[in-house]
Design a protein around this ligand. Structure first.
Ligand SMILES: C[S@@+](CC[C@H](N)C(=O)[O-])C[C@H]1O[C@@H](n2cnc3c(N)ncnc32)[C@H](O)[C@@H]1O
Length: 321
């Protein structure tokens, strides 16, 4: 039900664009595909076109192309590549899947449907964990008799492409990071991204992948549990963008009736996994902090308290008593 790809509205334009391949520049092609995308109702038409053209020219952004790249005529091969990728975008494939890679913090990660595409706001979740770790280190160095702080053990539940876990490992190279996801496709992509970023080939044993939460119990005390779990309220799922509904794993987003299905699992699991000084960092819906607080009140045995809410980014931080 995706409809015709080659709509008559833009086919003549494409023909005129490819008729004189030697004379078409990157700027011409960006403008051309922007118009095609707009005519087909593709969201973020300009950005999509710019990303695709820059990618084929080996750049991250259109703005970073120098004037030579902008005005040198594209080869027929480059035009063909741009057309192939643009056709995928016309099918409403998210640009991250079209390009097959996307940046998260300082990392370029492989992206592949249906594994969840990391969102920019999740970068703040990583920053919150890093801030907490540096606070712990500062607190210790302020003691009269500082004791060596052991390197943190970090567990990410629901790693998707590995964006959070790999960013943390990159920023805290001495830490031990365990990444777990219930979907094999996600664990595989995290593993690929880790290999791609060379940590495993360098002989590091600081990254582990798990397909099942049961194995976590063998891991011993953990400093930080971090997760961007599925937290969309089930009734809101139908309102998601076509790009998401068509290509991303909906299980990665659907948090059940109250959006708390996986959040509750993580909170229930946390006390048995965390060190006494450990914390849980979760990205949640803006409605969730109150709901989490109420849920914790009826589960006092978990000994968890809601310690901070970072409303701007919909993140909450929880820590055990
Ligand atoms: C919103 S995505 C987040 C992916 C990644 N952490 C990110 O931020 O880009 C949620 C992820 O949690 C995984 N997931 C869902 N339920 C899970 C469960 N019960 N245990 C482990 N992973 C789960 C999904 O497969 C998906 O990869």
């Amino acid at each position: 039900n995706k409809g015709p790809i080659l709509s008559p509205k833009w086919l003549p334009l494409r023909q005129s664009c490819s008729a004189r391949p030697g004379l078409v520049t990157a700027t011409d092609v960006v403008n051309y595909w922007q118009k095609v995308f707009e005519a087909s109702g593709i969201p973020e038409a300009r950005e999509s076109s710019e990303y695709i053209v820059s990618f084929v020219l080996g750049a991250k952004t259109f703005q970073s192309l120098n004037s030579k790249s902008l005005y040198t005529p594209l080869t027929a091969v480059q035009q063909e590549q741009i057309q192939q990728l643009s056709i995928k975008r016309l099918e409403r494939m998210p640009v991250q899947y079209v390009l097959g890679e996307w940046d998260f913090q300082d990392l370029t990660l492989k992206m592949r449907p249906p594994v969840f595409i990391p969102r920019p706001e999740t970068e703040d979740l990583v920053s919150l964990v890093l801030e907490e770790e540096s606070r712990k280190c500062e607190k210790n160095s302020g003691l009269c008799f500082p004791v060596p702080v052991p390197h943190p053990v970090i567990l990410e539940i629901g790693c998707g492409s590995g964006a959070i876990a790999l960013s943390l490992l990159c920023k805290l190279p001495q830490s031990r990071v365990i990444a777990v996801d219930k979907k094999e496709a996600a664990v595989d992509l995290t593993r690929e991204n880790a290999h791609r970023l060379l940590w495993l080939r360098a002989g590091s044993d600081s990254f582990s992948f798990l397909g099942s939460a049961k194995q976590l119990l063998f891991w011993g005390p953990i400093d930080f549990i971090v997760s961007n779990p599925p937290y969309v309220f089930h009734e809101d799922m139908a309102c998601l963008d076509t790009e998401i509904l068509r290509y991303e794993d909906l299980d990665a987003l659907d948090g059940g009736d109250d959006g708390m299905r996986v959040i509750k699992t993580i909170l229930a699991l946390a006390p048995s996994l965390l060190k006494d000084s450990g914390s849980v960092f979760l990205e949640v819906d803006p409605r969730h902090p109150d709901m989490v607080e109420n849920w914790l009140q009826v589960h006092p045995n978990l000994l968890l308290v809601l310690r901070a809410i970072h409303k701007d980014f919909c993140g909450i931080a929880l820590s055990p008593l």
